[in-house]
Design a protein around this ligand. Structure first.
Ligand code: ATP
Length: 338
């Protein structure tokens, strides 16, 4: 049995959490993979109630679970996800962008994954006021750069893709920080002879993600660039509503949509739950790998097939050109799953 902690989040978070909970119950009841789901609070609502965006009890429950599913949180995101990534050493942020059938996509035949360094860069929030200016510190270390590069090459090796890693940076301007990142990736590349390696400046990458996204396999990059490029990649394949992510460490992992709390559509049953459902799919893949569990891998495959099947038939939420509510879409996925 797997213990899953679930952060219900803010904005559209509770609607996405309801959808994923229904799917997890179907997996438990009908497919027979035993799951124990514990709902916890973090984010704006927790801050209002308890004075803390990430209450101690939430952290304790997460630490006792096998994996965490996190719906998006609102304004207090930096006090939740950035802290969790650091405390649990979730150093690899994995953001796939894959073509789905029947999507309002910019291009077809895309199957890429962005491997984003998750612990350093401007995301550490080390900022200072100095007189009438403000300064941000950008830390890039050799250790973290090599660790994420290794993860990216191993991902390229395991994937059924082009066996290519593209290291994205801006070392012509940030010679020290991105210079170190690029050098570290190039060093790690030498240990993976079967994987081809290229380097690309981040501005060129932003352009190529629109011009020829099908040319990418695995992109490895620093924290902030990864954040921005993954929203772009998500839009190219169909939108943020279809974009899942994983935050992975040596012992623990947390799974969440790429997007934020989307307050503009909250409470309207208009959210596309695919981003969170596909995050759950990534969770089952990770649990399968960690525990050598074929049953969990099968569940992951079933989830993806069900989402593919539903959108392929044209049952879609508004953001991807349909008219289904969050609940209606979820029920269709469940009916394909079991
Ligand atoms: P953050 O900075 O926290 O990532 P953001 O300002 O980028 O947030 P998001 O909340 O990520 O904004 O969403 C941007 C827009 O994309 C939303 O306003 C919403 O219209 C749309 N969107 C995001 N997620 C979904 C979803 N699951 N279903 C439908 N539309 C979505």
């Amino acid at each position: 049995m797997y213990k899953i902690s679930l952060i219900t989040g803010d904005g559209i978070g509770p609607e996405l959490s309801k959808s994923v909970t229904e799917i997890l119950h179907a997996i438990h009841d009908k497919i027979g993979l035993k799951l124990e789901i514990t709902t916890v609070e973090a984010g704006d609502s927790a801050l209002k109630k308890t004075g803390k965006a990430l209450p101690d009890s939430t952290l304790e429950t997460i630490k006792k679970s096998d994996a965490c599913l996190k719906a998006p949180v609102g304004e207090s995101a930096a006090d939740v996800i950035v802290v969790l990534r650091r405390m649990l050493d979730l150093y690899a942020n994995i953001r796939p962008a894959k073509s789905y059938p029947n999507m309002p996509a910019l291009k077809e035949n895309i199957d890429l994954v962005i491997v984003r360094e998750n612990t350093e860069d401007l995301y550490t929030g080390m900022e200072f006021d100095i007189g009438r200016s403000a300064i941000a510190l950008r830390t890039i270390s050799e250790e973290a750069s090599r660790r994420i590069a290794k993860y990216a090459f191993m991902t390229a090796d395991q994937r059924n893709g082009q066996k290519k890693v593209t290291c994205v940076h801006k070392s012509n301007v940030m010679r020290k920080t991105d210079g170190l990142f690029a050098r570290s990736c190039a060093e790690v590349a030498k240990g993976f002879a079967k994987i081809s390696f290229e380097q690309m400046y981040v501005d060129a990458c932003a352009m190529n993600l629109i011009r020829q996204p099908e040319s990418f396999d695995v992109i490895v990059t620093t924290n902030l660039f990864g954040d921005i490029l993954s929203d772009e990649a998500a839009q190219v394949v169909g939108g943020l509503g279809m974009a899942p992510a994983a935050n992975i460490g040596e012992r623990f992992a947390l799974f969440e949509p790429v997007h934020g709390a989307a307050f503009d559509i909250a409470g309207k049953e208009a959210a596309n739950p695919s981003s969170f459902i596909l995050s759950a799919k990534m969770m089952f893949e990770w649990l399968a790998m960690k525990n050598n569990d074929a049953g969990s891998l099968e569940v992951a495959k079933k989830i993806e097939d069900a989402v593919y099947g539903v959108v392929g038939e044209g049952t879609k939420t508004k953001d991807i050109g349909g008219n289904k509510t969050t609940g209606e879409f979820t029920q269709q996925v469940i009916s394909k799953l079991i």
